[in-house]
Each structure stands twice: as structure tokens, then as C-alpha cells.
Ligand binder design. Structure first.
Ligand SMILES: [Fe+2]
Ligand SMILES: [Fe+2]
Length: 151
């Protein structure tokens, strides 16, 4: 039988608020990527700097959000049903993948900014940034949908 701590309601509301802040940071990253212009042109270091700062903002927000979600939300809802157990497992796995991808992405952008592509093309880095922000937004949307009633 699942037990929900007394603070569950306020904790889950704050997770919902964190999702809103993350969505704003993702939208800023998407704008920064867009503002870099077509990847057929050369990299503008100022534009790459904006992308790096936007991704850095996500790096500031994500670790505490993931930790919060895993300890407060997933640990409480996972025992409710086998489906929620599996869902929590999948979300945890994705957290690890996003953290690794974001670290890699920020490093690649920093190399572009300094004029050293490090073997990654502008197009490749831009595409990964777009894909990563899409994937994180989809992850958040899925959590909000699956955990509707808890958040
Ligand atoms: Fe999550
Ligand atoms: Fe989340």
C-alpha cells in the first residue's frame, strides 16, 4: 500500500512549478538556437554564447528538479501500480540520459564558440540542441499527463 507523506501535496505543486520554469528555459534555448541562423553560415560566437548560457540555465535547474521528482514524486507513486513502477523507472532512466546529453551539448557549444568545432559541425550541434530541448519538453509533458492527479 502506497503511503503519501503529509507534505506530498505542496511538494508535488512545487514540482509542477519547476516544470513551468523548465519550459521557459527550454523556450529560451529554442529561441537562442533559432537566432544562430542557418547552419550553412559560419558560427557567430555571440550567438553560440547565448545558446551556451541558455543550456547552462537548464544545467542549473535540472539536477535539483530531477532529485526532487525522484525522491518526492516517484518514490511515492511507484508502489501504486505496476504501470507507475515502470513509468517511474523509465523517467529516472531518461533523467540520467538528459544529464549526460546536456553536459555533452554544452561542451560542444563551448568548442564552437571558441572556434574549435572539435569534430562536431555547427549543423550537428544545432540539431542535437533542438532534439534535446524537444525530448526534455516531451518528457515533461508525459510526466504532467501520466501523473495528472498527483501534480
Ligand atoms: Fe522527470
Ligand atoms: Fe519533471
Amino acid at each position: 500500500m502506497a503511503t503519501f507523506p503529509i507534505t506530498f501535496r505542496s511538494d508535488s505543486a512545487s514540482i509542477h512549478d519547476e516544470h513551468q520554469r523548465l519550459l521557459m528555459a527550454l523556450s529560451e534555448l529554442a529561441s537562442a538556437l533559432e537566432a544562430m541562423g542557418p547552419s550553412s553560415l559560419s558560427v557567430d560566437p555571440l550567438g553560440a554564447g547565448r545558446v551556451r548560457r541558455s543550456a547552462g540555465r537548464l544545467q542549473d535547474l535540472l539536477p535539483s528538479h530531477f532529485r526532487h521528482e525522484e525522491t518526492v514524486l516517484f518514490d511515492a507513486v511507484a508502489p501504486v501500480s505496476p504501470e507507475l513502477t515502470e513509468f517511474a523507472r523509465q523517467m529516472r532512466r531518461e533523467h540520467g540520459q538528459f544529464t549526460a546529453r546536456l553536459t555533452e551539448f554544452v561542451a560542444a557549444v563551448a568548442r564552437l564558440e571558441s572556434g574549435d568545432g572539435g569534430g562536431r559541425s555547427f549543423a550537428g550541434v544545432k540539431e542535437e540542441g533542438e532534439l534535446l530541448s524537444h525530448d526534455i519538453a516531451a518528457h515533461i509533458a508525459l510526466e504532467e499527463q501520466q501523473l495528472d492527479g498527483f501534480l
